[in-house]
Ligand binder design. Structure first.
Ligand code: ATP
Length: 365
């Protein structure tokens, strides 16, 4: 089980059901050996795209390409992709080893070769010791690892995962996420994963493609998407954000200034991206980019307000600070930076740098 995987491309992929467009002209490349996640809210078309890649759903328009070859007309069995689905049922009457051997039997491999490949696949998911158990004698996480071994055992060109971890509890899911990531590194294959869980998408993937209403709205490496969302939808879907509305008042060397009531906000942007004077602007400001300032601390942007609500999260606090001009601002503080007793009504000074926020646009869905 070595190699560099295969490259996948979607070209103008569209799926309509009657007059309803479930997938709307999606073009996307997945590089060899890459872990790509399709992320979006329920009904955004993720599963439909995965089913088009697998060959179970025929696109209305567009094409699926594997290493540049058009595979759109091929039936699923000729594509030979590995698949793991949510709550993927193992054959209950077969042992772990028999389950994993199943795709090899279908492909008519000899007993010796089968045995060697099953052993390698089970070692890969660290379940070698459980080969003779029945599925019901395993935990949910172990069963899901067996499903992964079964999907990988025949060395598929591509591994397709549809919410493979969503049936598991939170702690187990976090553990399996790490294992899945390590597994991807070990096998070096191309993985396409579907989830609506933004944390899972950020932590697992080399690249994330965000979908809304069947359209690809933005794609890129997790950190880039999180730091540079282009739209309000992306900023909002990938974690929490504050959205600041204002009007461009002046140009300054680092960017521009917007006014919101009597508050001035300095925003850095590249010279060629400056909006015109008087135009409305929407900024996305992540809660963790806002600092709590002491009386004489300086920052590019400073606002005052009062704590309206707060919650303790172990690793830190979330404060909701009510400000006169910007409304309620959500602030995430590490414990060491938070006031000892962040009581409601406490007056606070908040500050952030002109590079902390990013201009975004409202989505037109
Ligand atoms: P979820 O996260 O809830 O699984 P999803 O992003 O995977 O959602 P899809 O299952 O791809 O979404 O569905 C996209 C849209 O297409 C949905 O509005 C769904 O109702 C619709 N759809 C899917 N299959 C069919 C079908 N066979 N006939 C009609 N509409 C369909």
């Amino acid at each position: 089980m070595s190699g560099t995987g295969h490259a996948l491309a979607l070209r103008g992929l569209t799926k309509r059901y009657g007059s309803f467009t479930a997938v709307d002209s999606v073009s996307l490349k997945v590089e060899r050996g890459e872990f790509l996640t399709l992320l979006g809210p329920s009904g955004s078309g993720k599963t439909t795209i995965l089913m088009c890649i697998a060959g179970f759903v025929a696109p209305t328009e567009g094409a699926v390409l594997l290493d540049g070859a058009d595979i759109t007309p091929l039936p699923p069995e000729r594509r030979d992709f590995g698949m793991v689905f949510q709550g993927y049922a193992l054959f209950p009457h077969m042992t772990v080893a028999e389950n994993v051997a199943f795709p090899l039997r279908v492909r008519k491999l000899g007993a010796a070769e089968r045995e060697a490949k099953v052993k390698a696949a089970l070692d890969l998911v660290q379940l070698g010791r459980f080969a003779d158990r029945l599925p019901r004698q395993l935990s949910g996480g172990q069963q899901q690892r067996v499903a992964l071994a079964r999907a990988l055992v025949f060395d598929p060109a591509l591994l397709l995962l549809d919410e493979p971890l969503s049936a598991l509890d939170k702690k187990l899911r976090a553990e399996l996420q790490e294992e899945l990531k390590a597994l991807h590194r070990r096998v070096g294959r191309t993985f396409v994963n579907v989830t609506h869980d933004q944390e899972e998408a950020l932590s697992l993937s080399d690249r994330v493609a965000i979908l809304n209403h069947g359209k690809l709205v933005q794609e890129g490496p997790p950190a880039h998407l999180y730091e540079h969302p282009r739209t309000r939808f992306v900023a909002d879907f990938l974690g929490k954000s504050n959205f600041l509305h204002g009007t461009v008042q002046e140009s300054v060397p680092e960017g521009f200034v917007i006014g919101a009531g009597t508050t001035r906000i300095v925003q850095s942007v590249a010279e060629n991206r400056r909006p015109a004077h008087g135009s409305p602007v929407l900024l996305s400001l992540r809660p963790e980019k806002i600092a709590l300032l002491n009386e004489d601390d300086a920052a590019d942007n400073v606002v005052t307000g009062r704590i309206a609500a707060w919650s303790y999260l172990g690793a830190g606090y979330t404060l909701v600070v009510e400000t006169p001009d910007l409304g309620a601002l959500r602030v995430a503080l590490p414990t060491w930076q938070a006031p000892i007793a962040p009581g409601e009504g406490l007056p606070v000074r908040l500050g952030w740098s002109s590079t902390a926020s990013v201009p975004v646009v409202e989505d037109v869905a």
